[in-house]
Write a protein that binds this ligand. Structure first.
Ligand code: GDP
Ligand code: MG
Length: 176
């Protein structure tokens, strides 16, 4: 029903160390999480968010991308209505891994389209850039997703990324 659209379940996926936890915690608390890198933490968070003058309650699952958790992935993908596909501009293999995450999401949900936003994180570390912005845009286009460069450290474009995803999920829910 219509009320169901006031809640969305979103999932943050990507390789280890790309900033999944940092982005999630920045979005939920407005602080940069820098307790060091703990790849094993998987947790979910709630935040109220207003997009296009309409409130939505987001439940956000911050996944742990390590091999030993791969068995969990089916559950994450089933849970989520929309996905932030994250890579780090400093870590090329995390960029190259995105199509795999995307394919797995489509496979598990048995759909040919799932709302996703490609998020290129750590743009504050441009000195160490290993993935060009243009490559990022092309990757996003190939996955039918918007592209957003952000920095969890500097708090750049985090809300923009979530807002884009909320809009895509709304559009998708209207189609169904
Ligand atoms: P996860 O494995 O994807 O959850 O990655 P984390 O969120 O734990 O981040 C991994 C490391 O990268 C941590 O040391 C973070 O402080 C750091 N980090 C995350 N986002 C950024 C960012 O935007 N800029 C910089 N400079 N460091 C970041
Ligand atoms: Mg994490």
């Amino acid at each position: 029903g219509k009320n169901g659209h006031r809640e969305q379940k979103l999932v943050v996926v990507g390789g280890g160390g790309v900033g999944k936890s940092a982005i999630t915690i920045r979005f939920v608390t407005s602080h940069f999480y820098d307790e060091g890198y703990n790849p094993t933490i998987e947790d979910s968070y709630k935040r109220q968010f207003v997009v296009d003058d309409e409130a939505v309650t987001l439940e956000i699952l911050d996944t742990a991308g390590q091999e030993e958790f791969a068995a969990m992935a089916d559950q994450w993908y089933t849970f989520g209505a929309g996905f932030l596909l994250l890579y780090s501009i400093t870590d090329r293999p995390t960029f190259e891994a995105l199509p795999n995450f995307h394919q797995e999401i489509l496979r598990v949900k048995d759909k040919d389209y799932v709302p996703c936003v490609v998020v290129s994180n750590k743009c504050d570390l441009s000195r160490y850039r290993a993935v060009g912005q243009l490559e990022g845009r092309e990757m996003a286009r190939s996955l039918s997703a918007p592209f957003i460069e952000c920095s969890a450290a500097d708090g750049v474009n985090i809300e923009v990324a979530f807002r884009e995803l909320v809009k895509l999920v709304r559009k998708d829910q209207k189609r169904e």
